[in-house]
Design a protein around this ligand. Structure first.
Ligand SMILES: [Zn+2]
Length: 328
């Protein structure tokens, strides 16, 4: 969730990316001390460090500058709480899982900013994240891109449907440098797969009630850094171990998946692109950004009240699946 918060700040001009933060292990918000995951504190951090370290305090400070109205507006621009329109039956409404400008308090803003206290679906997150790293283009998610018959004839092609622009190209590029830092020196580095230039964000969400010590661990990454070809999103919901808040579990799983999937999918290696891309683009200015405000035309038109995204006639052909051979 943290990259989305930073992106909202950059897009609204409430953040430049050049700020520095100080994490002493907690931040006082309202009547509460809200802790960072590193109780001893991360010390002084750049925006890049804040993302690489996954620092809650820096993110809460960012959110304070962004403000409730901007923050909530961008949650919807990124598709959280909205129907994605994915071609699966019975997509559920998630609007009630988010705060509104009327219900959000400063404490809610602070905890939402680092990814706690609200919920999104994996489809929403994967679609929103893809837009964040592809230059800001939010596409309608699909399960398959083409359907063929047994002879290889194309029966149906799902053409990409561009729904909206979430962020500018400049914001996308800058956020990607932060995500690359996560893999180079931050919380994701143990998932690094040799030969690939990967950007990513890790997540550790504590489930309610907190005293139960139940956690949801996640890793969302992409490769290559330049012109990403694939997004991988791994979630472990309540790992079957004593200490569930152990991020190495999800890092190891993500690494294993990427190690096998990237060569199979033919993802571009660092060798093919001539090495790692530059991490830091210093002195980048957002003031000259030529950016059309797509948000003006944006409407929440993914209401599923009429069931238009539910195919009543859909019946899975279980017999066919059961008998078809998976060996090719
Ligand atoms: Zn911190």
């Amino acid at each position: 969730m943290k990259p989305f918060t930073v992106a909202a700040g950059l897009e609204t001009g409430t953040l430049t990316g050049d700020e520095s933060y100080y994490c002493g292990g907690y931040l006082h918000v309202g009547d509460n001390d809200i802790g960072c995951h590193l109780r001893s504190g991360h010390g002084t951090e750049s925006t890049m460090d804040a993302i690489a370290n996954s620092c809650n305090v820096a993110l809460m400070e960012m959110a304070e500058k962004i403000g409730i109205d901007n923050f909530i507006r961008y949650q919807h621009i990124f598709g959280f709480g909205e129907y994605t329109g994915i071609d699966l039956p019975a997509e559920a409404s998630t609007a009630s899982l988010l705060y509104t400008t009327d219900t959000m308090t400063p404490v809610d803003l602070a905890t939402n900013a680092f990814g706690q206290n609200f919920n999104v679906t994996m489809t929403q997150l994967a679609a929103g994240f893809s837009s964040l790293i592809n230059g800001g283009y939010y596409y309608e998610p699909h399960v398959v891109k083409q359907i063929q018959d047994e002879n290889g004839n194309v029966i149906e092609t799902k053409n990409p449907v561009l729904l909206r622009k979430t962020v500018s190209t400049e914001t996308s590029e800058l956020v990607k440098t932060y995500l690359q830092a996560v893999m180079q020196y931050g919380t994701g580095k143990r998932a690094q797969v040799e030969g690939y230039d990967i950007g990513a964000k890790t997540g550790t969400a504590q489930k309610l009630p907190r005293k139960d010590g139940k956690y949801l661990l996640s890793y969302i990454g992409y490769a290559p850094q330049e012109n990403p070809e694939v997004v991988i999103y791994v979630v472990i919901d309540e790992a079957n171990v004593d200490a569930q808040d152990n991020s190495s579990l999800v890092l190891e799983l993500a690494k294993n998946i990427m190690s096998e999937a990237f060569p199979y999918l033919g993802i571009t290696t660092m060798e093919e692109t001539g090495g790692e891309s530059q991490t830091q683009q210093s002195g980048q200015s957002f003031e000259d950004t030529e950016y059309s405000d797509y948000d003006q035309d944006y409407t929440d038109d993914y209401s599923n009240e009429d069931g238009s995204y539910v195919d009543e006639n859909y019946k899975p052909d279980l017999d066919s699946w059961a008998t078809s051979s998976n060996i090719d």
